[in-house]
Design a protein around this ligand. Sequence first.
Ligand code: ZN
Ligand code: ZN
Length: 413
Amino acid sequence: MSFEARLARYAELTVRVGLNVQPDQRLVVRAPIEAVELTRAVVAAAYDSGCRYVDVIWSDEHLQRIRLEHAPRDSFEEYPDWRMDGLLSCAERGDAFLSISGNDPDLLKGQDTDLIAKVRKIEAQKGEPFGKLISRSAINWCVTSAAVSPWAARVFPDVKPEKQVERLWDAIFSACRVDLPDPTEAWQVHIKELERRRAYLNAKGYDALHYTAEGTDLTVGLPEGHLWCGAAEKSEAGIVFAPNIPTEEVFTMPHCRRVDGTVASTKPLNYSGALIEDFTVTFAEGKVVDVSAKANEAVLKKLVETDDGAGRLGEIALVPDSSPISQTGILFYNTLFDENASSHVALGRAYSICLQRGAGMEDAALNEAGGNTSVVHVDFMIGSNRMDIDGLSADGAREPVMRNGEWAFEVQT
Ligand code: ZN
Ligand code: ZN
């Protein structure tokens, strides 16, 4: 199959399964300028699905670096408020949202980490109202990726430069099941399987999970009424959509004051343009009390100090080690892919949909129930084929949930 045909399939999958754009809906796409081919294919697929209007907001990530190097030193709290106002008014109208990601993992290497942290904090604060709409699935939204050259070069340093982007597209297409005879059908089957895993875990209603692996001995309390989510969600207008393409995870919210022990990362974390490597995070009563990293420890420290919630967990997600992304053996240096290759946790904001009656809950009530609140949400990978996870019931009973990185319970298929 030609590249154009595969790209068209991927675009269609994004529009029909990821967003499930409805006839007469409008769509807002945020895309890097390097992703112009995929963006055009998505716009065509959206109109073919009956979309009324597609608005594309282009971005150029180099402008971030240029700003850090050239802008006045006291100007980093400037923010284009009209953009956020625009996004909010589109969301209020019920438009669908797509983010196409494709970035240079090393873009901000060597830049001032204090300034980067300041910029990220302002962005997170200003973006919070929209972030909240997304985190409670008020609208149908999706994040997908495009292969761009600096990213491809990072993933495939040993491949000839002119072949790197092609190799990355191959990896993206295979991770997203685009090369299967009927990708849309394959996705429906996959989504059903994840739904059965969610249903099993929801029926169990564990009080806590206990993780063990090399460098990891972590107990994560789960709030009463927590819900396992994943694969597909339903927007407030009743549209069923798959917010991440690809996705392999089921996830829920941890109790933000009941996390104890140490967890070791199994993949580097790309944050603020820096790669944090070989790190461990130690918690006591939910709060981070110690971090250490072989590379970029300062960036990790800044991250957990962004606000109180940035030093607590807001998400735990389970992904079997046999997932297609994990089996590629590729380190993507991109959270959307790497998090779906591995069980992971996130520092920062919890998804309110992971709590019964949590959608739309005020922060104070969410926090009272155990849900974490923060301006950040940053995933990092902790899973491997050596991780065991037990489910602990309130009466102290212990059951296997994962063994050697694989599901340890059966569901009907
Ligand atoms: Zn996740
Ligand atoms: Zn996450």
